[in-house]
Write a protein that binds this ligand. Sequence first.
Ligand code: HEC
Length: 438
Amino acid sequence: MRRLPIAIVAGHVGLTCAGSCAGASSDAPSDTSTYASSDTSAYAADASTLASSGAPPEGPTYYRDIAPILAARCTECHRSGGIAPFAISTYEEAAPFAALIARTAVERSMPPFNLDNGGGCNTYVGAPWLSEADIATLATWAQAGAPAGEITGETLESPTAWRLDRVDLTISMPAPYAPTQPIIDDYRCFIVEPDLPQDAFVTAFEVRLGRPDVVHHLTLYALDSAEDEQAAADLDAAEEGPGYTCFGDTIVPSRWLVGSGPSDRGGDLPAGTGLRIGAGRKAVLQMHYNWQNGTAPDRTVIDLKLEPVVEHEAVIARIADTKLELPPGLPAVTESNEMTMDADYTVWGVWPHMHNLGKQLRVTANHGASESCLAQVNRYQFHWQRFAFYEQPLHVLAGDTLQITCTYDTTSRDTTTRWGFGTDDEMCIGFFYITRNG
Ligand code: HEC
């Protein structure tokens, strides 16, 4: 076992995306009949198992039982004009999809959330997670042929999207940028100038994408020295147009401030914590564009809420297995790595990260004989990455051993897969939002 100090996440290890990292919406088949005509027998076994365990005697109906679940958990995306490929906000829209709705609910692939929120390994603030009862209701309803029931006439609204309650600083790309052909995955870094009169801490952020159809994800990194700022300025000057090319990497030393995956428009960081932006310092905004979705010029903006002081300064740290080597042709290849903590920390949140072959991920902390679970991913979906904050923050102590285990399906490969930023490379990372104690 290697003994490592906890690594603060810098630009060269930040969130990256393999080359096939299409935008969530681009991935969605445009022809909804693919969904509607799907074979319903595939889920029937699951549905009947669930039905026997909790179906109300008269059976669930759309208006009474289903519409409230879909409104609370689904229609913010599955409505006309939403990011999902089809709407399910009326009976006429939802009924043809009943079987698929039930299947994704049973599999827990919808609503999209990578972490297990079942309670066996933490629960997360605002987790989009169906209860077992809701899953049983959806499955029973689908199996019964999606009965409408009595029309209630009630209009059910989806919960309103989270918005920042105060904007202290807006960080904008210096100029519009049109993703260049013929790079499908265009990573572009823009130098931005918060230019704060004194140090301040980011406590919440909201991302406003210029072109949601072409942006896949973004990461904002702090530059902590004049030297690093100069290095970034040199890269910028060496290339035409705004910004510089930065595949998977800001290239210069930098520190993660804000990360936002597809469909993640921001949120509050845990109360009492924040990420520092140094007085007068610049930052780098790394945008990942997906040229397949178009080349319209984008000018994305991030609104930040700042505090002059916070109780606990946070950083993003990671545990990773950078030595992974995955033999091809196997349905489940497991890799793991360990590290020993150099000090006591409070762990507030986690962002699991693998590429397209990733299936499961687990991070545990071992204190002597006892083990605590930091993260459990049962069914990894590459497009749905984001930070999730624990309802109960965790503590790890100096000397504790952290272990990460990632499982991959390599049946689609015929050569060994290794660590890297590229399309065919893999990663195994748990990013953690931590504050140091003492
Ligand atoms: C955050 C946005 C979002 C939410 C919330 C959401 N979906 Fe989806 N859903 C999508 C997108 C986008 C797709 C297209 C596939 C993808 O990107 O994963 C999708 C795909 C689907 C599919 C097709 C999947 C397949 O395997 O073919 C079904 C069925 C579905 N969603 C049902 C639901 C149900 C039921 C809920 C609520 C319990 C829900 N979704 C909540 C965004 C969302």
